[in-house]
Design a binder for this molecule. Structure first.
Ligand code: SF4
Length: 373
């Protein structure tokens, strides 16, 4: 049985819908200096290529806010400006074409300033994300609730009220914490209290294995309960790792079609090839794809051929060599050192075939619709 998603209000970030029945989007933040337009744009292009749906950039000063204009021109996914405290930067970011803002209205001074931001955002139909983190809760909330899930939610709702006071409802909310249990609880409470779409994330999750597992548990648990409309995995590492982890979380939960399901065995005493290096290399070289593809990398011929046959393409190790299978059929025996190349070549071929089939189908569709008038 699939996951039943909680129905939220839908907002638009550029042409990407968030909430309602929209697919759950994956987003990340650039890690370049936003003022360096070339570096930032080139990082965004790489992330777009991987399947990132929405990109956010830090806007710490006026120069960064000015750079947004050029960045926006050169990219095709929606651009969100991340702003703290300075409402003038928010106004400048809006003027320079961003598709969304992340700003907490309670931190920008007074209601006049909130009104100015809301007016500018409304004119351009730009949503605002209220992003509350457990590390920066205000003293009044800390005094009343402590650093707790309830405190995170109350803080977020106090910002929401400031926007609603201006009749502004184009809102998305996040309540992040490095403590996974606290983050899960906060989103559950929030999901019961508002209909706004929710942006999920475990903040300051760390890096590598630990950070990825924390994010997968925090984000994955909520998604499995139907909570969450867009996700960001935060890792101390390059942003493409965040996007890959985000896409993988969605794919594993069956919330996003496409991508490669890589099956590989744990290896054991029967294995006569260096399967760990082969599996690592295959994983590193797997191309991003919108098609579903199952790839098997198996250590020996005991269980290997069975799994490899089930997959679209797979290998089963022998002694210093491997058997290559495609769509259930043995293709050939390949020397160990050529196994990765052989597998990736087959994967590329299958994906190309599927692309061509798709293109064929859609032109046939167009022809049919024309002929049927
Ligand atoms: S497929 Fe072969 S090598 Fe891999 S774990 Fe199973 S028996 Fe061991």
């Amino acid at each position: 049985m699939g996951i039943r998603r909680r129905l939220t209000k839908q907002i638009m970030l550029g042409d990407v819908p968030v909430g309602g029945c929209a697919p759950i989007s994956v987003q990340t933040m650039t890690k370049t200096d936003t003022r360096d337009v070339n570096a930032t744009v080139s990082q965004i292009h790489e992330l777009e290529e991987l399947g990132c749906d929405i990109i956010r950039v830090a806007v710490p000063d006026e120069e960064a806010a000015e750079a947004l204009k050029e960045i926006k021109k050169q990219i095709s996914i929606p651009l969100v400006a991340d702003i703290h405290f300075d409402y003038r930067l928010a106004l400048l970011a809006i003027k320079n074409g961003v598709d969304g803002l992340r700003i907490n209205p309670g931190n920008i001074g007074n209601q006049e300033r909130v009104r100015a931001v809301v007016r500018a955002a409304s004119e351009r139909g730009i949503p605002i994300r209220i992003g509350v983190n457990s590390g920066s809760l205000p003293p009044d909330i800390l005094g009343k609730y402590g650093r707790t899930a309830a405190g995170l939610v109350e803080s977020a709702l106090s910002h929401v009220k400031l926007l609603e006071k201006e009749n502004y409802y184009n809102i998305k909310i996040s309540v992040k914490a490095p403590d996974v249990a606290m983050m899960i609880e906060a989103y559950r409470i929030l999901a019961d209290r508002v209909e706004y779409p929710l942006h999920l994330g475990v903040t300051e999750a760390g890096g590598g294995l630990s950070g990825t597992i924390k994010s997968a548990i925090g984000i994955g648990t909520l998604l499995a309960e139907g909570i969450g409309d867009t996700i960001r995995v935060s890792l101390t590492g390059p942003p493409h790792e965040e996007v890959k982890a985000g896409l993988e979380i969605l794919r594993i939960l069956g919330l996003r079609p496409g991508g490669v399901d890589l099956i590989s065995c744990p290896t054991c005493g029967r294995c006569r090839i260096d399967l760990m290096s082969i599996a690592r290399e295959v994983e590193r070289r797997l191309p991003p794809t919108r098609h579903d593809l199952k790839v098997a990398v198996m250590g020996c011929t005991v269980n290997g051929p069975g799994e490899a046959r089930e997959a679209d393409v797979g290998i089963a190790g022998g002694k210093g060599c491997g058997l290559l299978f495609k769509k259930g059929k043995l293709v050939r025996k390949v020397p160990e050192e050529e196994l990765v190349d052989a597998l990736i070549t087959e994967i590329d071929k299958i994906l190309e075939e599927r692309e061509n089939n798709n293109a064929g189908n859609s032109s046939a569709d167009t022809d049919t619709s024309r002929s049927s008038g």
